[in-house]
Design a protein around this ligand. Sequence first.
Ligand code: AMP
Ligand code: MG
Length: 473
Amino acid sequence: MTLHVPFDNTYAALPDRFFTRQAPEPVGTPRLIRFNTALAEELGIEPGTPDEMARVFSGNEIPQGATPLAQAYAGHQFGGFSPQLGDGRAILLGEVVDRAGRRRDIQLKGAGRTPYSRMGDGRAWLGPVLREYVLSEAMHALGIPTTRALVAVATGDPVYREQGALPGAVLTRVAASHIRVGTFEFFAARRDLDALKALYAYTRDRHYPEAGDPGELLEAVIDRQAALVADWMSIGFIHGVMNTDNTTLSGETIDYGPAAYMDAYHPVTVYSSIDRYGRYAFDNQAQIIAWNLAQLASALVPLMPDQDDAIQVFTRMIHAMPTRVEGERRRRFRAKLGLATHQGGDTALIDDLLKLMQDHGADFTNTFRGLADGSARDQFTDTAAFDAWEPRWKARIADEADPDGLMRRTNPAFIPRNHRVEQMIAAATRGDYAPFERLLDVLSRPFDDQPDAADLRLPPEPHEEVKQTFCGT
Ligand code: AMP
Ligand code: MG
């Protein structure tokens, strides 16, 4: 058995200032934690022995055909511009064209220092690696565009964080690409028009071959990102760090640093420890994605023949975006109530339920899942309010062909609950990977009733509640 990755690299052929060629820094004693066999199959990767995979996916051995590099990018972080970010702890090994003909990046995260590391050590510890593994694979199983997790490897080396010495790990991430809004900002801020043109052409060819000009590319990205944010909101997901360097051109979810799913519904929920003003709160995500794409629009303006005209057109597109997200969000919440058709009054039905959930601290996931099996009422401390809402909804779904089926396909029974993720990390840190494997298994079928996993549907007990999450450094 020999590991084989059918590399076919294109990013490495872009001009030098797009990246720095950089090999991963070797680690002490790499050990394979998990290899995603189904994803490898999809990518046409032939697995090797556990030792061989541990060596390659820790960065100790460069596989045949790889062109390791760290990508350059900039970004607005919490609204402030950093002209020079880049892969400070990630190395792009290269790309493969998967069995469906899609080009995918294969990137090591936590693979050591690069010229973009600034003060960082280029490493990741086990907690954020397993967290991203579980959250990204769960997102995929929920049917939402996301980067994927291919491999987790323990490095055998300690990583030093506030908590002290922690076990080091490397995640191999697979993405449609790692082109970010911040990649465009990097060259726009330098007024490097040639590089911007090359990046535009590369992005168009890779993601939006139908786009006739940068305006059409912007339109297409707006479409995908509006759908993505609406998808997140439909499952109670809070990205937590929607900086422009964490907003992809492909429309995939990326960067699971402080990401979290809500337990009790409240629209201004924030978990991230560094998001002091709630910039990236649950309900603010539609506004923020528009703000982020305004940065992309600004970066694209210099590529347009008539820049004054482009500014006007792009401004209109950006201003229309929150309404667009709201439309997508409503459509998804109608489906969550079992409504495949649209009638006047549907929005009020949705909003009234959400308001009740907010007032009663009802669990987001269990309330929606409970609509189909009659247990939604149990999520409310004061059932009278729910009992007043329910007949309106019952009367409305009487007009629908298969509301139960639709609700079971749109309201997951299982999400990666924060407290379970934290418990899983604590166990893995002690060397017990059983909770990690169990979460992955259950979350791979989130819409199935899995009676054996009923405990994973429970909201946290007060002492289990996770109040804050941290950027995965
Ligand atoms: P993130 O918070 O993961 O989106 O990262 C923001 C920036 O900080 C990116 O340029 C990262 O590469 C960099 N960064 C984050 N953690 C580290 C680390 N441990 N070492 C070096 N750079 C890092
Ligand atoms: Mg990031």
